[in-house]
Write a new protein. Structure first.
Length: 284
C-alpha cells in the first residue's frame, strides 16, 4: 500500500493544532485557576506542587511542540517547494538516477493539499518545461517528463526519432556519441520552446518504430522523456479505462509542479557511496 504523505501531514497538523487549541481554551485556564487556588490556601508555597499543577498533559506538550514545525513543513511542501528523488533514467542526460530535485509548487497555480484543487491561477506549463505530475493511470505515483504538447497541439513522433509539433520539426543538433556507448547512443541538443537541453537517442536498428500522431485535448499535456528510447511516457500509455482521445495525456488536475533545480545526487544510498554535490544546478 502506498502511503499518502500529504494526507498524513494534514492530519498530523490538524491533530496537533486541535490539541494546542484545547489547551489554550480549556486546560491552561484550569491550570492557572488551580495554581491561584493553591497559592491562596497555603501560607508557604511548595515549588514542587506548583510545578505539578502547571505541568501540561503529555499529549498537549507534544502537540504544541510539533505543531509549528509540521505547519511550516505543510506550507512549504504544499504551496512553495517539494523535494523529489529521480528513480529511473527516463530523463537522462538532463537528470540522472539518484538526483534529488526541487519542484516549484506555485508555477502552475496554487493548489490545496490532498484534494489538489487549484484555487489561484498563477501560470500554465510551457513547452519545454520539466514537470512532475501524477501518473493518470495510477495517481499515487509521481512521474517526471518534459512538456512537449500543449492543449490544442498536434504532436508527431517519426520513425527516424524526430519530434514534430504542429507540423514543424523540433530543432535539434547532434552533439556526438554518448561517452562509453561505443556509438550505440548519441546525444543531441534540442530546442523545445524556450528550453535548450540535451536528449539521448539509441541508434540500434531494432528500435525503429512507425510514425505516430496525437492531438492534445484542452486542459491536457503531452509528456516525453529526454531519454527518448527508454522512457515510459505519453507515447506509450494505454489504459482501457481512459477514453481513446485522452490516451497518453496528462490532465491539468494531475500537475504537481515545475522541476527547477538539482540540489544533491546520491545514486547508490550506502556508506560506500556518499552523496555528491557535483550535479547541483538549475534544470534546463
Amino acid at each position: 500500500m502506498t502511503l499518502n504523505f500529504p494526507l498524513l501531514l494534514v492530519i498530523a497538523v490538524a491533530v496537533c493544532g486541535v490539541l494546542a487549541l484545547i489547551d489554550l481554551l480549556f486546560l491552561a485556564p484550569r491550570r492557572r485557576t488551580a495554581i491561584a487556588a493553591y497559592q491562596g490556601s497555603v501560607s508557604q508555597v511548595d515549588p514542587q506542587v506548583l510545578q505539578k499543577l502547571a505541568r501540561e498533559p503529555v499529549l498537549v506538550e507534544y502537540g504544541k511542540s510539533f505543531f509549528p514545525v509540521l505547519a511550516l513543513v505543510l506550507v512549504l511542501r504544499s504551496f512553495l517547494v517539494e523535494p523529489f528523488q529521480i528513480p529511473s533514467g527516463s530523463m537522462k542526460p538532463t537528470l540522472e538516477v539518484g538526483d534529488f530535485i526541487l519542484v516549484n509548487k506555485f508555477s502552475y497555480g496554487i493548489r490545496l493539499p490532498v484534494v489538489d484543487t487549484k484555487v489561484i491561477e498563477v501560470g500554465e506549463p510551457q513547452r519545454g518545461d520539466v514537470m512532475v505530475f501524477r501518473f493518470p493511470s495510477e495517481p499515487t505515483v509521481n512521474y517526471i517528463k518534459r512538456v512537449v504538447g500543449l492543449p490544442g497541439d498536434h504532436v508527431r513522433y517519426s520513425s527516424d526519432k524526430r519530434l514534430f509539433v504542429n507540423g514543424q520539426p523540433v530543432a535539434e543538433q547532434l552533439i556526438g556519441d554518448e561517452p562509453g556507448s561505443l556509438g550505440s547512443a548519441r546525444l543531441f541538443s534540442e530546442k523545445l520552446g524556450e528550453a535548450e537541453h540535451l536528449i539521448r537517442k539509441e541508434m540500434r536498428r531494432y528500435r525503429i518504430e512507425p510514425d505516430r500522431e496525437w492531438k492534445v485535448p484542452a486542459g491536457h499535456y503531452f509528456m516525453v522523456g529526454d531519454n527518448r528510447d527508454n522512457s515510459n511516457d505519453s507515447r506509450y500509455w494505454d489504459d482501457p479505462a481512459i477514453a481513446p482521445e485522452l490516451q497518453g495525456m496528462v490532465p491539468d488536475r494531475n500537475i504537481v509542479g515545475k522541476a527547477f533545480a538539482v540540489w544533491l545526487s546520491w545514486p547508490a544510498p550506502k556508506l560506500s557511496h556518499l552523496p555528491t554535490f557535483e550535479r547541483v544546478g538549475l534544470i534546463h
